[in-house]
Design a binder for this molecule. Structure first.
Ligand code: FUL
Length: 492
């Protein structure tokens, strides 16, 4: 089924609410003092803004996940770390086909599971032989991250990496480093490996144990040898733990910030999980959030599943307010890894497009997983859904019907489609087009990079037969809110 939809797009500049607004400087994190009044806390919340990297990540809107590894061949969702690497029996690989398809869908970035929980690595790491180097794929010389990074450059996609902190191979094998109770000592990253020098000569010194050193060495490889990386994804799941192993996130982040200055980090301060894996979105998704721990621990935010994380009473009890955007991650297929083309369900275009509108249009980023099959390609059904979704997005949102609309007197700086609302109470923006327009979607955006998230509720009325008729109503807006309603025809 295809929808014929017309769209209007509006961009809102914040409403200046209090006279002391100028005193608070926009920042990514703002501390709350015990003496702050409720009004001041809200005022501070209205100045918490994304970093440049977070803003870029918001603007990606629709991005891809690729789960690929031994599980693709064993048909398991979680491996056990004891798989023979030869199980990964890949004969062909077509990352160009992946990227073509992702581009057709309108995606901007692709994040590959370079290491899932089983510990098998998809690139030519110097620090383990549990991976692609021990398979028959291209006589053990293949490198999936290399192929993907080349295809990304060819098709103009950004690259991200999922490096699982959980590592069953390092837990289960007798020489494994995970939880081996090794001492924390000063170590140089990257550790030199004879005959395999690095072009990038940066060196780090960290006080870490064996597993953290292993992890840092691997981060160094993937962040220096495959072109720019734009997102590093730290999963929170652990099929198993051992030896009280902890993760030295401070060191990991220092290395990432130095080697991949444009990367956002998922699972740390930049980006958070939306709270489910089925594409469900909150009605009210604030990215300005309350934190109670000290600033260094903002990173350690636990996975939140509550319905409204940024509501006023939660802000009042915070020690810090911090911008941390949500990513809505789900899979196009039942499960994260490919199993088969017969029994494994694939989401329909209607379904994917609906999640797109609710997630991107609900102040979050849509991260859709498309798992390649055992031929190293996306299956035909997945390709078709991606293509149709891209067409539907372009058809629906490609043309701004309000481009030449004029705003009422309350509107300042009417600059193309950017409007600044002046009035503090019940501000209204009236737009008028020269000829009637027919539409059933309205895209609203706040200028979050300068004015944070300020709208708590809003409604849209259309002038129909001489009266205002409410056609849509919602809570916050943030980076983007897509309103959906039955088709209306109006000039105002
Ligand atoms: C989860 C993992 O356990 C799944 O295997 C998958 O990688 C998903 C994106 O995150 O926590």
């Amino acid at each position: 089924m295809k929808l014929k939809i017309s769209t209007g797009i509006l961009f809102l500049q914040g409403i200046s609410m209090y006279t002391n607004a100028q005193q608070i400087q926009p920042a990514n994190t703002i501390a709350i003092a015990p003496t702050d009044s409720k009004e001041l806390i809200i005022e501070k919340a209205a100045h918490v803004v994304p970093t440049k990297n977070q803003l870029e990540a918001l603007r990606n809107e629709f991005i891809a996940f690729i789960h690929f590894g031994p599980n693709t061949f064993t048909r398991m969702e979680w491996g056990n770390g004891m798989e023979d690497p030869k199980i990964f029996d890949l004969k062909e690989l077509d990352t160009d086909q992946w990227c073509r398809s992702l581009k057709e869908a309108g995606m901007k970035m692709v994040i590959l599971t370079v290491k899932h929980h089983d510990g098998f690595v998809l690139w030519q790491s110097r620090y383990t032989d549990h991976g692609i180097m021990s398979t028959n794929f291209r006589d053990g010389k293949g490198d999936i991250l290399r192929d993907l990074s080349k295809s990304c450059q060819k098709y103009g996609l950004k690259l991200g990496v999922y490096l699982s902190p959980a590592d069953l191979y390092q837990i289960e094998n007798p020489k494994g480093l995970y939880g081996n109770l090794s001492k924390y000592t000063k170590r140089t990253i990257p550790r030199e490996v004879p005959g395999r020098s690095f072009t990038n000569k940066t060196k780090f010194e960290f006080e870490v144990d064996d597993y953290n050193e292993y992890f840092l060495n691997q981060l160094f490889e993937i962040l220096t040898e495959y072109g720019p990386v734009h997102e590093v994804w730290f999963d929170g799941a652990h099929p198993k733990r051992k030896g009280g192993q902890s993760y030295n996130y401070d060191a990991w982040k220092k290395l990432i910030h130095t080697l991949a200055p444009k990367a956002v980090i998922f699972g740390q301060e930049d980006i958070r999980w939306c709270g489910n894996e089925s594409g469900v979105t909150r009605n009210t998704e604030w990215n300005v959030l309350p934190f109670n721990d000290n600033l260094n621990n903002i990173a350690q935010m636990k996975d939140e599943m509550e319905d409204n994380l940024g509501r006023r009473d939660r802000l009042y009890n915070a020690k810090f307010l911090h911008y941390q955007q949500a990513e809505t991650n789900t899979s196009i297929r039942e499960g994260w890894f490919y199993r088969d083309d017969v029994y494994q369900k694939v989401r329909s275009t209607d379904d994917v497009f609906d999640i797109y509108e609710r997630s991107v249009g609900g102040n979050s980023t849509f991260l859709l997983n498309i798992p390649p099959n055992r031929e190293g390609k996306f299956s035909a059904k997945d390709v078709e859904v991606l293509k149709e979704t891209g067409n539907r997005i372009r058809e629906t949102y490609g043309k701004n019907l309000l481009q030449n609309a004029r705003g009422n007197k309350q509107v300042l700086d009417h600059n193309d489609t950017t409007y600044t609302l002046l009035k503090k109470d019940n501000p209204q923006l009236i737009l008028e087009t020269a000829a009637p327009v027919t539409f059933n979607r309205l895209v609203l955006q706040e200028a979050v990079s300068t004015h944070s998230e300020r709208v708590e509720s809003h409604a849209v009325d259309a002038w129909i037969n001489g009266n205002w008729k409410e056609i849509a109503r919602a809570t916050n807006i943030g980076y983007k809110r897509i309103l959906r309603f039955p088709e209306v025809t109006t000039k105002k």
